[in-house]
Design a protein around this ligand. Structure first.
Ligand code: DSN
Length: 489
């Protein structure tokens, strides 16, 4: 069976029979050692096949990507970087890491790519320390006439440590869609930096570039972070770079959520962060549809420092995952991936339109990326109640803050929805209109429960028959768009 690159976005359909044999054999081997893990693995595939997955940060990697991770590269230590390892015998890891980095550079048009980070937070940590090393540590060492931190006296080292720990970072506020790793106190980034946030326009919900520029002029940050995990609109990275240049800040873009739209050339020109940012970070498993992991792209002046990510903040690289990143990036360089990325954005538009024609409220009034942020207060619900009621009906989402959220970050007032995963299954705009209809059906039939001491923000009742009706309708959509078509265990 040959996958049609426009209508089928499920990579691997063309080699499903071979992949089925490989999985059957692998599960048989696992079963002989720990049958409960084999059973859980089978169950996970069944559950993923049977649920309407709308979590904006999830996707389905191809069997080629998944199979690549199950190799003996997992057993090799390879701290350091290509050609400069702290262990002998890394020649094959060097091949893998070089190929993954080459694919990343070619795909994103980046001068330099570092493919070792194990996750998005790790990628951001590498970026932060690379910027601190380049902008704070290197000039201080030069001032003191030293080549290496080990050459400093105790007093000079203390001075440098204080400077490293006293820098400022400006990032998008959490309730506007920013990410915890962009300088917020519960995360290490908030403990490392003095942080200030920029938000969105309270009337439109759109990013207010004048407000960002004003905050940058007042706060004078070393780093401006752009990028988001719950903002349903595009960002003009050329404008963000102008703001950064005006105040002498380094522009770091965290494109974890929308890397697939950049790779697929949906975001180009001013909306492509890579040529504008000094440092760009990403995960590899969201819209990019690779293995779980992270990556850093950098302009030449930051590349040496980024290259020292391990052992600066990373443990030994996961070579089996770097190999899978190479495979996923090779897939993303195919024309079919561009068709997939366009479809992700078209589907988000269809989902948003489906809500709007049913009188639901969307943050910013719509979307032009892969995210739709539904404000559920018009249904009389908190995000927590909506998330749970939708799950009862087989729809997997996550609750999310909306700007100036009256219900706080735990209960929230929104539901974040994303199209990358279901688009991989083959869902199109009509299917997403139906998804909007099903979600509105569930939420319209959910009633918040009153607790003894005022309204409960977590409890709710779903009207009889709703879960069954929506489950049946979703099952039809899922059956028409199978996950890993042709793959049998
Ligand atoms: N967990 C990712 C997300 O859901 O957006 C980012 O941390």
């Amino acid at each position: 069976m040959t996958a049609d690159p426009v209508t089928s976005h499920a990579p691997g359909a063309e080699y499903a029979e071979t992949a089925s044999a490989a999985y059957r054999a692998a599960l048989q081997v696992i079963e002989s050692v720990e049958p409960r893990i084999a059973a859980a693995t089978r169950k996970e595939l069944a559950d993923q096949r049977d649920s309407l997955k709308l979590i904006a940060s999830e996707n389905y990697a191809s069997p080629a990507v998944l199979l690549t991770m199950g190799s003996w590269f997992s057993d090799k230590y390879a701290e350091g970087t290509i050609g400069h390892r702290f262990y002998a015998g890394c020649q094959n890891v060097d091949t893998v890491e070089s190929l993954a980095a080459e694919h990343a550079r070619e795909l994103f048009g980046a001068p330099y790519a570092y493919v070792q980070p194990h996750s998005g937070i790790d990628a951001n940590l590498v970026a932060f320390w690379a910027i601190l090393a380049t902008r704070v540590e290197a000039p201080e060492l030069a001032n003191l006439g030293a080549k290496h931190v080990n050459d400093l006296s105790e007093a000079d080292w203390e001075t440098l440590r204080n400077k490293l720990g006293n820098q400022r970072l400006l990032g998008m506020s959490l309730d506007a869609g920013g990410h915890l790793t962009h300088g917020f106190r519960p995360n290490i980034s908030g403990k490392m930096f003095h942080q200030r946030s920029y938000g969105t326009d309270p009337h439109t919900g759109f990013l207010d570039y004048d407000a960002v520029a004003k905050a940058a002029r007042e706060f004078k940050p070393l780093i401006i972070v752009a990028g988001y995990s719950a903002y349903p609109r595009r960002v003009n990275f050329a404008t963000m770079r102008e703001i950064a240049d005006e105040v002498g800040a380094t522009l770091m873009v965290d494109m974890a959520h929308f890397a697939g739209l950049v790779a697929g050339k949906v975001f180009t020109g001013d909306e492509d962060p890579v040529p504008h940012a000094h440092v760009t970070t990403t995960t590899t498993h969201k819209s990019l549809r690779g293995p779980r992991g992270g990556m850093v792209l950098a302009q030449p002046e930051y590349s040496d420092a980024v290259d020292k990510g391990c052992p600066m903040v990373l443990g030994g690289p996961l070579s089996h995952v770097m190999a899978a990143k190479a495979v996923a990036l090779a897939e993303a360089r195919q024309p079919a991936f561009q068709a997939y990325a366009r479809r992700v954005a078209d589907n988000a538009q269809a989902l948003a339109d489906g809500f709007l024609k049913r009188d639901a409220n969307l943050v910013t009034g719509g979307t032009d990326n892969h995210i739709v942020l539904l404000d559920v207060t018009s249904f009389g619900l908190t995000g927590r109640q909506a998330e749970s009621a939708l799950l009862d009906a087989g729809i997997v989402t996550n609750r999310n803050s909306v700007p100036a959220d009256p219900n706080g970050a735990w209960y929230t007032s929104g539901i974040r929805l994303g199209t990358p995963a279901l688009t991989t299954r083959g869902f199109g705009p009509d299917d997403f209109d139906r998804v909007a209809e099903l979600i509105v059906d569930v939420l319209s039939n959910t009633t918040p429960t009153q607790a003894s001491s005022g309204p409960s923000k977590a409890k709710y009742t779903l009207a009889d028959g709703t879960a069954e009706r929506v489950h049946a309708a979703s099952a039809e959509l899922l059956e028409a768009n199978p996950l890993y078509p042709g793959l049998t265990l």
